[in-house]
Write a protein that binds this ligand. Structure first.
Ligand SMILES: Nc1ncnc2c1ncn2[C@@H]1O[C@H](COP(=O)(O)OP(=O)(O)OP(=O)(O)O)[C@@H](O)[C@H]1O
Ligand SMILES: [Mg+2]
Length: 353
């Protein structure tokens, strides 16, 4: 059985779900709505064939309960009351479990798949009971996911979580830089003290790593992320144009850097840039208060989706932006999982003569 177990790294953010398993990777906004039978024609209009339409029916095989959900962009566009999943305890929150189950179904290699799940908890909650609670509630979980429309229509995945491990968020980005795909040490420069700024949607996790381990007393959470920048621009839109946009909608506005006003589009580059600059300044102030010896750090790894957005605004000379910064945690969790799972499989093999 161990040989067929698939290792999956999952980063359940307040803004986006990120899942990584070898060549398979997906992300979608962590937004959920109750499913309804909707006008399929509209979906064909608003979604391109390459886009993920997450119209899913999920059965929790441990309780026997089945529910229908819209997730990600589909929830934002077609859901009746789309909401971000902001539960603290994600493994016991129905909506968060729906996001988790769907993420696993997207990467599962087989229709029936046993999974070794490595995931993260925000630094703020890592040292609490929640970590044990996560591992306990994930182990043995059985979920069936049925895709009801889009290009995945008709696909059914039966998932069983055989085992799980939980790391602090942000530390995954470090592991990703340190390790190769089998979990071996690839970059020895990361054996020196490293800082990680994992800048997310609602929060940022600031992690200090020494001797390959996260150091508690120098790691800290900040209640500050991209949503703060969105709120600044939301305010400008409302006071200048009387346009009111939800946080879910701001995501697209930031991406396009323009806003539709009747039949025209207005560029909002200046608002976006000044919001990014102000957010960077606030983050930098908080970090400077806690990290008194920043110059001792060999590398400051800037990760998370917010890291991509703010990288040019940060003026640390030792800053590094990894290739897939938004996926960095999920990818690092997967790499660490590969190493642990490799050890388990070797231990389970009969000793060779
Ligand atoms: N290519 C990009 N350019 C600019 N900004 C980006 C890019 N990709 C992602 N973002 C920003 O990053 C945000 C999401 O980042 P991320 O996925 O790291 O957050 P999260 O992990 O869900 O949040 P948290 O860490 O607070 O739980 C998006 O909301 C968007 O603002
Ligand atoms: Mg995050």
């Amino acid at each position: 059985m161990l040989n067929t177990m698939q290792t999956v790294g999952l980063d359940m953010g307040f803004g986006w779900m990120k899942v990584w398993s070898g060549p398979q990777q997906f992300k979608f906004p962590a937004v959920v709505a109750r499913g309804n039978s909707r006008n399929l024609a509209r979906v064909t209009e608003t979604f391109t064939p390459g886009q993920l339409v997450l119209d899913v029916e999920i059965t929790d095989e441990n309780t026997g309960r089945t529910e229908h959900y819209f997730l990600g962009d589909l929830a934002v566009r077609e859901g009746e009351q789309p909401t971000y999943v902001w539960a603290k305890n994600k493994v016991q929150d129905e909506m968060a479990v729906a996001c988790m189950a769907t993420s696993l179904a997207l990467v599962a290699e087989n229709d029936k798949q046993d999974i070794y799940l490595i995931t993260g908890l925000p630094i703020a909650h890592f040292g609490t009971q929640l970590r044990e609670n996560y591992e306990k509630h994930l182990r043995g979980r059985r979920l069936t996911i049925k895709f009801l429309s889009g290009r995945l229509q008709g696909k059914v995945k039966q998932i069983r979580i055989l085992s799980s491990k939980v790391f602090p968020q942000g530390y995954g980005a470090y592991l990703d830089q340190l390790m190769d795909d089998q979990g071996g040490i690839a970059n020895t420069e990361y054996l020196r003290p490293t800082g990680v700024l994992d800048i997310g949607f609602k929060t940022s996790d600031i992690v200090f790593v020494q001797d390959m381990q996260p150091v508690d007393r120098n790691s800290f959470p900040l209640e500050l992320g991209m949503a703060w920048a969105y709120e600044q621009v939301q305010r400008h839109l409302s006071s200048t144009y009387d346009i009111h946009k939800s946080l879910e909608e701001m995501e697209e506005i930031f991406e396009e850097r323009q806003i539709r006003i009747n039949r025209d589009f207005r560029r909002i580059d200046q608002w976006v840039d000044s919001a990014y600059q102000a957010l960077t300044d606030r983050l930098k102030n908080e970090i400077a208060r806690k990290w008194l010896n920043i110059t001792d750090l060999e590398t400051i790894l800037v990760a998370g989706g917010g890291g991509i957005a703010l990288f040019d605004f940060l003026d640390f000379p030792q800053k590094v932006l990894p290739a897939e910064a938004q996926f960095a945690n999920a990818k690092g969790f997967w790499k660490a999982g590969q190493k642990i799972a490799g050890g388990l499989i070797n231990a389970a093999k009969p000793a060779e003569a």
